[in-house]
Design a protein around this ligand. Sequence first.
Ligand code: ASP
Ligand code: MG
Length: 408
Amino acid sequence: MALYVYKFGGTSVGSVERIKAVAEKIKKARDQGDQVVAVVSAMSGETNRLVALAKEIQTQPTEREMDVLLSTGEQVTISLLCMALHELGCSACSYTGAQVRILTDSSHTKARIQEIDDRKIHADLKSGRVVVVAGFQGVDEHGNITTLGRGGSDTTAVALAAAVKADECHIYTDVDGVYTTDPRVEPKARRLDKITFEEMLEMASLGSKVLQIRSVEFAGKYNVALRVLSSFEEGPGTLISYDEESEMEKALVSGIAFNKDEAKLTVTGVPDLPGVASKILGPIADQNIEVDMIVQNIAEDATTDFTFTVHRNDYLRAMAILEKVCSDMGARRVTGDDNIVKVSIVGVGMRSHAGIASTMFKTLAEEGINIRMISTSEIKISVVVDEKYLELAVRSLHKAFGLDKKEQ
Ligand code: ASP
Ligand code: MG
């Protein structure tokens, strides 16, 4: 007998038929003697529909009211799923985040879980019930409803799995696992049998949208074995866990991630003096614009060129701020480009192997792809290239690092 947390995303509970299918899946696990805590998202499209309703009334609704509104989506699915389970003769009980008591801080729309009371859950499981919990929501110490940020049901599931000490947390979704890259860009992408938390975290941060980033952080921190699998077909999915295998034996590169939401800005002719980086990036941070890659280069005339990337949505705002900074500090000019993408290779095998960067650069060079920026960490290398090269870059790297699916 095992204890599982199963999480079903929006498409998996997108219609009454699908909710019934989810109930069947849970019933099957129960019949085998396993215990199940199910976490569900709102029906697909529902959260967006609610956001749109709010925007019809107010362009900037308060975050507190947004949370009250958005949390209703998940409340619908928990009750419907329980009804479907009852219909199958399976004992089940639903709880909102506040009813469980998933205690969060008070940062509405992006709250963080602080504590989960597992007493009701354990009591229910013990008396043979399936426990169905609303994803994405919690309650703060004052009783206000909070939500965890878009895609937050993944985090609810992982946090619950940690709290109840589940054997595994299954994330059921519309894909059958984590792939070496997005199969829409490279049809030869393969499903990975397993991947480490670290790699998954990089993949998620670098643009792979399979799991919410925070849920992966949480899983790593509390060592919750996570499995991503399809709710529509049987299969082993991808296991995300710590890996005892020696790094020397590992594939060099496990996956290729990319992010299209990038833009870069450059200030040229910056006086080469202490404090310029902070003068440039300070006002950007003050406007809550997140900066990703940063490169600074000294030119021959003892000035520097300073380049960094931001989210494409922040491009014009960042540009306006820089124009002002540039004239204030007597730099030459500001240029920018929002037709760029970031392509990254990720793998813990990189740590113990040399020459991965040069293989990457050589591969891109052979395709005539110009690299505009580079950044590295222990287990990833990212490059910025022109947007038009995205597919070519991903496919050629996928092949170069031996990730292509074998011909059948
Ligand atoms: N329903 C929420 C959203 O659409 C949470 C989730 O699905 O994970 O973002
Ligand atoms: Mg989701």
